[in-house]
Design a protein around this ligand. Structure first.
Ligand code: PA5
Length: 431
């Protein structure tokens, strides 16, 4: 029994349409669970929840404890798949206002843009606080995090001295190659490995995500447990009973009907960065060879007052996938006001969560009536297990969906194009 389930009841797709994909699904399933070397090149994430390096996992917990004991702030330096997963999980489970009571150490992010204003704001925010750095880059050569690391390394050395600074720098990178690995070896930094066969956007359940998540005070055992539940639940090749495979198929059926934008909608601001992670996962995996559903996101009801009009009545090329958090223990009740000048007394005794749910139900109905196919993903509650399950669900769905589409969901050749142009303009040697 897992903590998530998918409701396809608002779609008008006949079962026989879905079943047309049975053979294709079986082939993809066999590929994902196969053992050839080509398959092994990309597929380290498939069995990761049940087959990970336990020694490294324990080391992550030890180091996380050490960082929590000596740092008010952990600066996570990384971009794309090297930071979005951690941020998605941390913000979903801790919230938007620092770290609350969960941890003494706040996780902040650098190296995910080239804005000097952002960096100066961040440096000012850190001020005199004790901090450590976790620099994360699989290639070890990405410009944005490399620049940020140079800056924070110098800050650490100034504040703590060269030797003490080394004890506050944690590197997550390839086992052998890349400039970052070289630097880590030379300086003797504590390092964590991003396995060769796990790409950036599939790496949240490796040290890439786990170290920052553990520093934030979250339970990474539970996170892995949730992912393991999903690994077991969705290892079934039967298309009709495997909600993950069915979601991948349904996306492709709708894509063929010219639905080429999928909006991930949530009614919980804490899921904002989860949607950012999801967009990268699907965008980088499927957007190639002139194909792919464009992944977008909205946070509702906030965006009903900005994007709601388009979703309701704009071009009919949208799919809406809603993340619905079913339960939880945080709620606020509307109280009586004897004057009732705002006319809200009809809501007295009702909780904000109840009102939010009614907004969601009303919105789904309106969007479906307006011609936007709806997929509803119910999440029992917002905790480590549910998020771990959801992460694995989407990783698998993305790999399957991209394979049905006929693209390689594990590479990202298009990302190199801007880099070449930028390096040329910056007169980098060799460009
Ligand atoms: O998913 C991916 O592979 C990318 O988004 C990378 O994570 C991103 O480009 C950062 O790369 P690196 O970890 O090599 O610095």
């Amino acid at each position: 029994m897992g903590k998530i389930n998918v409701d396809f009841s608002k779609l008008h797709i006949e079962e026989k349409e879905i079943l047309k994909y049975s053979d294709s699904i079986l082939n993809i399933h066999n590929f994902l669970h196969g053992k050839s070397s080509l398959e092994k090149e990309f597929l380290g994430w498939v069995e990761l929840p049940s087959n990970y390096d336990k020694l490294e996992f324990d080391r992550i917990k030890d180091i996380a404890l050490k960082i929590r004991n000596n740092s008010e702030i952990l600066v996570v330096i990384g971009i794309g798949g090297s930071y979005l997963g951690a941020r998605a999980v941390i913000e979903a489970l801790i919230g938007s206002f620092e770290n609350g009571d969960v941890s003494n150490t706040q996780v902040v992010y650098a190296g995910n843009n080239l804005s000097s204003r952002y960096l100066i704001d961040l440096i000012n925010y850190i001020g005199d606080k004790d901090f450590s750095v976790n620099v994360i880059s699989k290639s070890g050569t990405t410009t944005e995090p490399a620049i940020a690391f140079r800056i924070f390394k110098e800050m650490l050395e100034k504040k703590y001295g060269v030797n003490e600074a080394k004890k506050r720098i944690f590197v997550t990178t390839d086992k052998e190659k890349g400039a970052l690995k070289l630097l880590a070896n030379q300086e003797g930094y504590e390092t964590f490995v991003i396995p060769n066969n796990i790409g950036g956007r599939y790496s949240v359940l490796t040290a890439v995500g786990l170290l920052p998540i553990a520093v934030a005070g979250l339970n990474i055992d539970k996170l892995m447990e949730g992912a393991r539940t999903a690994q077991e639940r969705f290892a079934n090749p039967n298309l009709l009973s495997n909600e993950c495979y069915k979601y991948a198929v349904v996306r492709n059926i709708l894509y063929k009907e010219d639905k080429n934008i999928e909006i991930l909608a949530c009614y919980e601001p804490r899921l904002y960065y989860f949607a950012e992670w999801w967009k990268q996962l699907f965008g980088e995996s499927e957007g190639k060879d002139l194909k792919g559903i464009f992944p977008a996101s909205v946070c509702l009801t906030t965006d009903l007052h900005s994007m709601g009009q388009y979703i309701q009545e704009g071009r009919r090329n949208l799919i809406e996938t809603v993340l619905n958090i079913v339960g939880g223990n945080m709620d606020i009740e509307v109280k009586e006001d004897k004057d009732n000048l705002d006319g809200l007394n009809y809501l007295v005794g009702k909780s904000l969560d109840y009102i939010n749910k009614k907004a969601m139900e009303g919105t789904i109905e309106a969007h479906v009536d307006g011609g936007v196919p709806n997929i509803l993903i119910n999440i029992a509650e917002l905790d480590e297990e549910a998020i771990g399950e959801l992460v694995y669900f989407f990783e698998l769905a993305c790999a399957v969906s991209g394979s049905i589409l006929g693209v390689n969901p594990f590479n990202q050749p298009g990302v190199e194009k801007y880099k070449r142009n930028m390096f040329k303009l910056l007169e980098k040697p060799g460009y």
